[in-house]
Ligand binder design. Structure first.
Ligand code: FMN
Length: 375
């Protein structure tokens, strides 16, 4: 099992709550987190990209450090950990992205992978005049496939001629070519999103309850056997640990009690515009429609104060047991975590949880991290 950190490069990380003092996504914070993650033997850090936050009492995600600039700086101060920047494909031309990744491959010595984000919140792109119209909701993974084909042609051949509905490139040059394979990551939960990962052979990041994670991982493995392209599946969780289960549960309850209703309403409003009804935006809307209202979702399967991410919580031993249960699924390649308190949380994970894990018993913490290997 590989372990990654979902870097808080947007304000307040992945909690929409007043229970935690609002904070800015500074370089210093993301640097300290990455250095601690590398020290604890974690395998990769992934930064996101958002162009418009959700506001509210906490100003959720109103500020966001740019993902490539941040990752590139992190590459130069680390030695082993894998690095995953995010490209928002509506905002960056593929020839530009191909060159940025070749640069990142060189700076990092082959530790970089690329997270492909199609975009689900039209406000982010419409404000820049980049939204392609509401048909894009349904077409977004077709656009992504076209985009990845261009990236891979450029990385493989150093130039491409490509004419399609979305792009027109004529002997487009892009050198240097990366010296290493660049793994592709994507995090859609819709059928179109998982089909995209199976088609390109990449790593799928799933945000769902443990039961649903196992189902999606098995479906993806089956699809990969059919397509002949290797895939990897990773699941996303918040991790809340404490000396005992009660203290961890209390910390979760405080986060829910302080839920930033205005920010949550804004997020759900944007999610409601998405015409794709079997993916993440639908899941977000459903967790907010739970019996007890906006903050009624079960924390193990998705509460909006935790942005709909499921939470693994408990004492160090209990969290280790839950992670080993997840790892028993041979279709699952790793877990991506968010912590409420970041550096101390990652240190406690490394010092108190990892030593208890069966699934990391023979892990070589000095081996090079990253996502290469599957997908
Ligand atoms: C680990 C992870 C990282 C993501 N990163 C971003 C991001 O940086 N920017 C963004 O707009 N969406 C991001 N998303 C959202 C997804 O890329 C995707 O757009 C969303 O899940 C909707 O796709 P779907 O309809 O196929 O589920 C992320 C989701 C996950 C689980």
């Amino acid at each position: 099992m590989k372990f990654g950190v979902f870097l808080p490069n947007g304000s307040n990380g992945y909690l929409m709550t007043t229970a935690i003092k609002p904070y800015l996504p500074t370089w210093e914070l993301n640097k300290q987190i990455t250095l601690e993650a590398e020290k604890q033997g974690l395998d990769f850090v992934l930064s996101m990209m958002k162009y418009r936050g959700f506001g509210g009492a906490t100003g959720h995600w109103d500020a966001c450090l740019e993902s490539f600039t941040l990752t590139s700086a992190l590459a130069s101060i680390t030695e082993r950990i894998g690095l995953v920047p995010t490209v928002t494909i509506l905002a960056q031309h593929p020839a530009y992205t191909a060159r940025m990744m070749a640069t990142m491959d060189d700076i990092s010595g082959g530790r970089a992978a690329l997270n492909i984000v199609t975009g689900w919140n039209q406000h982010e792109y419409a404000q820049m005049g980049l939204w392609l119209g509401d048909e894009y909701y349904e077409e977004r993974y077709g656009y992504a496939l076209d985009y990845v084909n261009i990236l891979r042609s450029l990385w493989r051949d150093g130039s491409v001629t490509h004419k399609s509905k979305y792009f027109d490139l004529s002997d487009c040059q892009c050198l240097p070519q990366p010296a290493n394979e660049i793994p592709i990551v994507s995090a859609g939960q819709s059928k179109a999103g998982t089909d995209f990962v199976a088609a390109v052979g990449g790593h799928s990041f799933v945000m769902a309850s443990p039961e649903k994670v196992h189902r999606i991982a098995a479906e993806l493995r089956a699809a990969s056997e059919q397509s002949g392209k290797p895939v990897g599946t990773y699941a996303l969780f918040h991790l809340v640990t404490a000396e005992n289960d009660n203290d961890a549960r209390r910390a979760c309850d405080d986060i829910v009690a302080g839920g930033d209703i205005e920010a949550i309403k804004y997020m759900i409003g944007s999610a409601t515009l998405d015409t794709v009804k079997d993916g993440t935006t639908e899941q977000v809307r459903k967790s907010a429609e739970a019996d007890a209202g906006l903050l009624g979702g079960d924390i193990s399967s998705g509460n909006m104060a935790f942005m709909g991410f499921p939470v693994i919580y408990g004492s160090y031993a209990s969290v280790a047991r839950q992670i080993d249960e997840m790892a028993a699924d041979s279709n699952l390649d790793g877990l991506l975590f968010s912590w409420p308190d970041w550096v101390p949380g990652i240190r406690a994970f490394g010092e108190r949880v990892i030593p208890l894990l069966e699934c990391r018993r023979d892990w070589d913490a000095n081996a090079r991290g990253g996502l290469r290997g599957t997908g």
